[in-house]
Design a protein around this ligand. Sequence first.
Ligand code: ATR
Length: 276
Amino acid sequence: MYEFRLIGYPIKHSLSPWIHKTFLQGTGLEGNYTLHEIKEFEKEIIELKKEAIHGFNITVPYKEKIIPYLDEIDPAAKVIGAVNTVHVVDGKWIGYNTDGSGYVRALQDSYKQLNDLSGKQIVLLGAGGAAKGIYAAFAQENPEKITIANRTVEKAEAIIQMHGDREVDQAVSIHHVKPLLETADIIVQTSSVGMKPHAEEVIVPLPRLKRSAVVSDIVYQPIETAFLKQALEQGIAIHHGHTMLLYQAQYAFEIWTGKKPTVGKMTHELKEILEG
Ligand code: ATR
């Protein structure tokens, strides 16, 4: 009987219990996935160490705070500096970050032609926590070039330097990104700009894009953001951010159980839940 948790605050409206319970059913495994809202992090995380659990997810605002409490950390999560999944093995806590890798898997599952990223030019807009994970996951797949465009260029530079092994990548000001958008194969909006109740906002206006481009937005409330609508108006392929939720969970579930659950029709079900 597996015991999984979600740690964070506030998390009452989290969809993770629904996702993981569906995964448990789909894989024929028995277990629970429960919400564990904690306010006093230091005190309550030490209490959690005493409990017989198999793994947990950790979300805002504790993805960085958890790191000193881990016994081991996956190298990729260490570079990103944030952990969203902990696997408990013989009482030891091992930390991973499945957000970025989940995002890239979600994109590739929707667009099979992106399974091979060689020769692809990628532009990430924004340089916050989400961009760090997504950059790391893309970098592992050897695309031709990744550009990070941000209002504060130094933050974009810091992400690229943190990895330090891809000299082709570049940081630019969001105000100078237009020519790069025109030739990009993949454009990913990684900030919270455009999220309800500011659904009319876009991080940057989109110029005329390459016909084969794919435009993606990690914001999923609303599902069809103003940013994505700009691409749709040009007839350009889009990718909805909500699928990232399912695939980061799929990665976590695999780490905990060794089984890869099917996402399949959950993409559509999740869309309906989010749209109320
Ligand atoms: P996080 O992912 O760390 O939680 P966020 O609030 O979603 O953070 O912000 C991520 C990115 O969105 C940041 O790179 C931020 O730009 P700065 O680094 O210059 O602050 C960018 N961002 C937020 N609001 C923006 C806006 N109105 N216009 C342009 N960029 C914005």
